[in-house]
Design a protein around this ligand. Structure first.
Ligand code: ACM
Length: 678
């Protein structure tokens, strides 16, 4: 009961009118929040004191130092990132009860913390170093510029009492570095972001048809022939793993086999199911290759390779992929068909199950628990395997009923360019999984967002991940009841700005890319034009083909997945149509006039730059939409000429078409305005 009341108070504080509001720009929203009147000013004298057995943990000491450095950046205050001491009058007292003596970080490790800001200062308490790391992120989010009514200008923390812990123990991002390679600095930046929003797993998808991205000393032809020189050295991997550990993030490697395995075969063709030669898949139409599960030499190879990787990646879990195996290649080889028959495996699926069983035994010998995509579920597969569902909650529910632990990824595919709200509404324990019995529900460990890199690169990765990943992080961390989409978007916007201070580039990278498109002309008009555009959704752009030689430097690559201004406009249109009044109509008219002006201003920029001319039809459509919307507003009282509505609706409908893989995100709300004309 107490828990509910405190949570409710937190929401109340968030919802209070502006004057009384104590905004809490925190994402993910904590388990319990109590906001009190008043705030604590933060200035350059801020000091940190560490107490308890856990104070000696290097992760806590480094995090304290990093916190000071980040605060200096975030506030512009001359805070010196000095060592934390043990002075009892420190501004921020961090008490960590236990020292964690058993690396690596494990699934289910305690991440609880409590944080209090009051007249007495700041106090962060946690049982474990991991809890302290989580609490420091919350604190950094809470420090914002003081209101004009504050006694001194600058920065402050509102008086709060927070008790926080995650809803799910497995909260991750699956990141593909095969389709497009992401160098180690991009991985570290992504880990900074994961830790900032309390995600705790980087699932590193390290091999696929398009590239093998890890140096192997046992089998060097893997990276030599499978990566075009774009791979991580073992020293880099160790460095990234240590970087992640310092930030409370587990690194789970994935080597996807037996399908998605073309990049293994140029260097080691005898692993293939058909005779070679093989090549890495670069362009559409390049034939993929499948690993041969019938040869003992395959298992000797995998034993040695996985043994090498098991040492490189200390996490207890190890992902073997297992998705999208096309059985045709196996069923067209008489040798493989004979094996299936001899071993009484039934069919290709039975053969994959045999392969997975052998893999599971190899991994167990190397001290690892196996994770696989949901296709690996089979009656013969041990229940110790963790199932990652990309095919839907139904298959996750089936796996949990069958006794497997599982994580949900269906609904969290960031490469599909869906809005944050859509991912936010997906819950690992709603939908099909809601009907699970209590003991089956416990098997749902959490979820992972997934970012596949067919159409993203190291250059725009940050904008493809953020801020939407923060909304998904909230789904995995915060109580199930935290579902208010408007509050989510308010905090998402603030979180996105905050991530830039952490060194991520979700906005700045796109701005740079748009300036490149504008060439020697100013980018402001292009920015305004781009602000109402969105990339096409789903796999539509993939269907036009993609490949390693394709340049991802067009306007569609230089805009966020979701248009904030279109979303706000759609909301304003809803408000107006629900209760029309002059002020609301005027606000809509002004917005449309501003967009019309930018549509006209951007014209010469689109006409003069070779990479932008493909967007001219969108500009025409935007001009038409702005005029149609403005006319619709003027006709709400005075009925238009008889042919206006059908003619305009047809034109607006036409503007919902896609050009250059882009869509105009304000077309649907304009259509609503036109529809509403009597
Ligand atoms: C997958 O999306 N094939 C895991």
């Amino acid at each position: 009961m107490r828990k509910t009341v405190i949570r409710w108070l937190g929401w109340l504080a968030w919802c209070l009118p502006a004057a009384a509001q104590v905004p809490l720009p925190v994402m993910p929203w904590p388990e319990r929040v109590e906001v009190r009147p008043g705030s604590l000013a933060i200035d350059a004298s801020l000091s940190i004191g560490l107490f308890g057995a856990g104070a000696a943990d290097p992760r806590v000491q480094e995090a304290a130092r990093r916190t000071l450095a980040r605060l200096a950046r975030q506030t512009g205050l001359p805070i010196v990132p000095r060592e934390a001491g043990s002075a009892s009058n420190a501004t921020l007292r961090i008490v960590v009860e236990q020292r964690d003596h058993r690396p690596p970080q494990r699934l289910g490790d305690d991440e609880r913390y409590s944080l209090e800001a009051s007249n007495a200062g700041l106090r962060l308490s946690a049982d474990t170093p991991l809890g302290a790391l989580r609490g420091l992120e919350t604190l950094l989010q809470l420090i914002q510029q003081s209101s004009v009514n504050a006694p001194t200008p600058g920065f402050s923390v509102p008086f709060v009492e927070i008790r926080d812990e995650p809803r799910f123990p497995w909260r991750g991002l699956s990141l593909d570095v095969s389709r497009h390679f992401i160098p180690a600095d991009g991985i570290k930046r992504t880990i900074d972001g994961l830790a900032a929003v309390k995600l705790n797993v980087l699932h590193w998808h390290l091999s696929d048809d398009q590239g093998f991205r890890v140096e192997s000393k046992k089998y060097p032809r893997l990276h030599q022939f499978g990566s075009e020189g774009q791979y991580y050295t073992q020293a880099e991997i160790r460095d990234v793993v240590a970087y992640a550990r310092a930030r409370g993030v587990r690194v789970v490697p994935e080597f996807d086999i037996p399908g998605h395995a073309s990049s293994w075969l140029p260097g080691y063709p005898s692993l293939g199911s058909r005779p070679g030669p093989f090549r890495v898949v670069r362009e559409r139409g390049d034939p993929p290759g499948l690993i041969d599960p019938t040869k003992e030499s395959t298992y000797r190879f995998l034993d040695a390779f996985l043994g090498e990787m098991a040492k490189l990646f200390p996490d207890e879990y190890f992902h073997i992929g297992g998705d999208e195996v096309n059985p045709r290649e196996w069923s067209s080889e008489p040798r493989i068909l004979a094996f299936i028959k001899r071993q009484r495996l039934g069919d290709a699926r039975g053969l994959q199950a045999y392969f997975n069983r052998r893999l599971e035994q190899i991994l167990a010998r190397h001290g690892k628990r196996m994770v696989g995509w949901d296709e690996v579920v089979h009656p013969d597969l041990p229940k110790s395997v963790v199932i990652q569902s990309w095919r839907g909650e139904k298959s996750l529910a089936e796996a949990a009923r069958a006794g497997y632990r599982g994580i949900l990824s269906a609904g969290y595919y960031l490469d599909l360019m869906q809005p944050a709200s859509q991912h936010y509404m997906v819950d690992p324990l709603k939908g099909e999984t809601a009907a699970l019995e209590a003991d089956e529900r416990k098997r749902i460990l959490g979820g992972e967002a997934a970012m596949w890199e067919e159409l993203a690169t190291a250059e725009n990765l940050d904008a493809k991940l953020w801020p939407r990943l923060a909304a998904i992080a909230e789904r995995f961390w915060s109580p199930e009841s935290v579902t208010d989409v408007a509050s989510m978007y308010d905090r998402l916007e603030i979180t996105n700005h905050w991530l830039e201070w952490l060194g991520l580039t979700p906005r700045s990278n796109l701005r740079r890319m748009r300036q490149r498109l504008a060439g020697t002309m100013p980018a402001a008009a292009l920015d305004a034009f781009a602000s109402v555009l969105e990339p096409v959704k789903g796999y539509e752009r993939h269907r036009n083909g993609y490949g390693a030689s394709m340049a991802l430097n067009r306007l569609v690559d230089a805009i966020p997945p979701e248009s904030d201004s279109a979303r706000e406009f759609a909301k304003a249109v809803e408000g107006y149509l629900a209760a029309p009044n002059a002020a609301r109509a005027d606000a809509l008219r002004q917005q449309l006039a501003a967009w019309l002006e930018s549509a006209q201003q951007v014209r010469p920029v689109l006409e003069k730059n070779s990479l932008l001319t493909e967007n001219l039809p969108l500009d025409d459509a935007l001009v038409m939409l702005c005029r149609a919307g403005t006319e619709a507003l003027s006709f709400q009282a005075d009925p238009p000429p008889a042919d206006w509505k059908p003619r305009t609706l047809a034109a607006v409908q036409d503007a919902t078409k896609h050009y250059a893989s882009l869509m105009i995100a304000i077309a649907p709300p304009v259509q609503k305005l036109v529809d509403a004309v009597p």
